[in-house]
Design a protein around this ligand. Sequence first.
Ligand code: SF4
Ligand code: SF4
Length: 428
Amino acid sequence: MNKFTFRRGVHPPDRKSRSEGEAVRAMPAPGIVKVPLSQHIGAPCEPVVREGETVRKGQLIGHTDKGLSARVFSPVFGRVTGTEVIQTPSGGRVPHLVIENGGEGEEFRLPPLSDPGPLEIVERVREAGIVGMGGAAFPTHAKLTPPKDKPIDTLIVNGAECEPYITCDARLMEERAAEVFEGGLLLQRAVRAERLVFGVEENKPEAVRLLREAGAEVAVLKTKYPQGAEKQLIYALTGRKVPAGGLPMDVGAVVDNVHTAWAVFRAVREGKTCYERVMTVSGGAVSAQNLLVPTGVSFAEVLEFCGGLKAEALKVISGGPMMGFAQFNLAARTSKATGALLFLTAEELNTDKAGPCINCARCARACPMRLMPMYIDGFTLAGDLPGAKRYGALHCIECGCCAYSCPAKRPLVQSIRLAKKLIKARNI
Ligand code: SF4
Ligand code: SF4
């Protein structure tokens, strides 16, 4: 089997066996859902429904014309009771629309499209509020409309799922192979690409087999982190290097996640709007599962549905252990970007205290972006933000390979994230 890969990176234990055999099951919506009005990169939505109004499942509830954005839909039949500002999993505070779950009827659907052209597909993706569901939550319709001077010849569907523990994409590829493949074909048609290729890590042989059986071209990737990072994936599959500060379209490629492809299939063929997603709940402190979860459900409710804690969880992470966000409590709500919720025990975590840098350069040897994290960290701690920028802080993809490799356990990603935030905020 030919295995595609990139340079550098790390090999954390994948710990996927806990949930990879668990079929996706649907979690019913609780009595009250609180749906974030910003579930994407770009301008937050404004509510288009009023307090006291009755809404249908799948109905548009949030929208804005102020720049790049993605529409938000109700995951339930019910009544809008107000708006609340709640902390998101990444720490921001955004308004959430509160809906009392009750009532029934016919779910709102857009008219299915049987043979749509490229522009119709892009418009449907926009109407259905689809975002990058691998975690980035970038509005997909914007990705599908590159400028005329950037022709796309390759559409890559990202099925690498390289973060430890997470198995929701693998389950989708196994349980919905034909639909995921058709979603890929629709994305390919939308950007008029000649080639459609799925990139799947070698630790998911069943997904590779089923996608191939469905008719897809599948490139088997080496199991290595961060194989699913956009630039690393493009390099592995095409040998093209996205220039520093550039985008995949600069090298004729568009990358969309497997879950995004499935959402596109559902939006085009079934007229379904984007108000639910598949996520993995895992870690040593819970019974691992893959769930189809409505947006707007609290992490506490997700845990309760999974049977609660079976051991003490020392850390709760929204997302994967390498790139996810630690949670202070379980009040945050699920969104289109919530791919995983991990409840980790002391045995699964490294609780050593951070020490001083010993100049071993292991972080630099692991960095897939060829940065020197120890210097960026040093500049950030010294308050020298121009220095951090000079050493490429803005090119960091926050993959965590540096911190994972550091024998001194330095919190390098937090430091670089802070540098990026301050450099942008202060326009340095
Ligand atoms: S510096 Fe950034 S890109 Fe490089 S390993 Fe660390 S987190 Fe990843
Ligand atoms: S890996 Fe850690 S100790 Fe080694 S150079 Fe990088 S920051 Fe310093």
